[in-house]
Design a protein around this ligand. Structure first.
Ligand SMILES: NC(=O)c1ccc[n+]([C@@H]2O[C@H](COP(=O)([O-])OP(=O)(O)OC[C@H]3O[C@@H](n4cnc5c(N)ncnc54)[C@H](O)[C@@H]3O)[C@@H](O)[C@H]2O)c1
Length: 369
């Protein structure tokens, strides 16, 4: 199978832009890092209809790196061979200006892993450059209403870099994925309370997708009741629960020798579904979004995970009526400080002058120990 890697090569199943009574207009979904581990789970979920619905035909536009292009051809072949009725087009390429054309969703997963001995500031720079370029490409060729979910780490700051490089796309459309952290927090609360996962609601992850993230047990509910009324073990909530969620990714790597891919893919599906379906009455979900105009007093102009609701139109609003206490606020401020430091460290990529790196030494990505 030949591939012209300077352009995208189409593995066309049916490129016709169909619109009938029962089929919706084709949705263009771009995925970067499409030959990676997370995408290996995610792409098949997207193609199956479990994300956008069983009446939603989909075109997948897969972005790889030069090194992964052959693997990407293999991915496209597997997708073709799966005969998904909703999958109308698969295209692959390594040029974001080609692959992101008309994208209505951009799931930005591809990034470099932090190598042994690599400083966090170096990772911020290497991956930041990827997201600066991809932001520019989205700005140039994607749908003006594209929804962007940044997964590649450090995802909050990568999302900030991306949106700063895409001034013609609303900053509100950019998300950093913290849904895996929300799911992990829900799982821990359900296990402790001895209830099924779906009884846990109103779970907020505040802040950075790092070990400073703040799983909020003050506002979360179990069976509609405040968590603190159901789980009386305050010491567990304040110490063990929080640490377990913050370090879950690292523990998983230690046990399995690789980072969470399947559960991350599931959480990307959850994140998209939360935006394309109305949020159940009284509930909310967590996602890392642009802070400018937030009602909580969190610093403006960073990407911070906060509680959101959606009408199901792809957009969201911040939830206003959340409680705050000193314990919660103190930890939120720590995550905020980390993100402000990350922002200073990538100033050269956001158009804000010279970078200055003074990152707090004790914080890491959830996958790092
Ligand atoms: N936010 C979260 O909750 C969360 C959870 C898990 C992993 N992650 C992050 O997701 C990222 C991907 O994880 P993975 O396990 O799929 O990694 P992976 O190494 O298996 O796959 C990454 C892929 O991206 C490709 N890539 C690298 N640079 C690229 C570029 N500029 N453009 C397009 N593709 C590029 C690589 O060739 C590789 O195929 C990592 O940064 C990881 O830390 C985030």
């Amino acid at each position: 199978m030949a591939c012209d890697c300077s352009a995208s090569s189409a593995y066309s199943i049916n490129t016709k832009d169909e619109k009938t009574k029962s089929w919706k207009k084709l949705v263009n979904v771009a995925v970067s890092g499409a030959a990676g581990m997370i995408s290996n789970h995610l792409l098949f979920k997207l193609a199956s209809g479990e994300v956008f619905g069983q009446d939603q035909p989909i075109a997948l536009k897969l972005l790889g790196s030069e090194r992964s292009i052959q693997a990407l051809e293999g991915v496209a072949m597997e997708l073709e061979d799966s005969l998904y009725p909703l999958l109308r087009e698969v295209s692959i390429g390594i040029d974001p200006y080609v692959v992101f054309e008309d994208a209505e969703w951009a799931l930005l997963i591809g990034a470099k892993p932090r190598g042994p001995g690599m400083e966090r500031s170096a990772l911020l720079d290497i991956n930041g450059q990827i997201f600066a370029e991809q932001g520019k490409a989205l700005n140039a060729v994607a749908s003006r209403n594209v929804k962007v979910i940044v997964v590649g780490n450090p995802c909050n700051t990568n999302a900030l870099i991306c949106l700063k490089n895409a001034p013609n796309i609303p900053a509100k459309n950019f998300h950093a994925l913290t849904r895996l952290d929300e799911n992990r927090a829900k799982c821990q609360l359900a296990l402790k309370a001895g209830v099924f996962y779906d009884k846990v609601s109103n779970m907020t992850i505040w802040g950075n997708h790092s070990t400073t993230q703040v799983p909020d047990f003050l506002n979360a509910k179990i069976n509609g009741r405040p968590v603190k009324e159901v789980i009386k073990d305050t010491k567990w909530l304040e110490e063990e629960f929080t640490k377990t969620v913050q370090k879950r990714g690292g523990v998983l790597i230690q046990k399995w020798g690789r980072s969470s891919a399947a559960s991350t893919a599931v959480s990307i599906v959850d994140a998209i579904r939360s935006l394309v379906n109305p949020t159940p009455e009284g509930d909310w979900f967590s996602t890392g979004v642009y802070t400018t105009g937030n009602p909580y007093g969190i610093s403006e102009d960073i990407v911070f995970s906060m509680p959101c609701r959606s009408k199901g139109d792809g957009d969201y609003e911040l939830v206003k009526d959340v409680a705050m206490d000193d314990f919660l606020w103190e930890r939120i401020k720590k995550s905020e400080a980390e993100l402000l430091a990350e922002k200073r460290c990538v100033a050269h990529l956001t158009g804000e002058g010279n970078a200055f790196c003074d990152l707090p030494g004790d914080t890491m990505l959830p996958g790092e120990m």
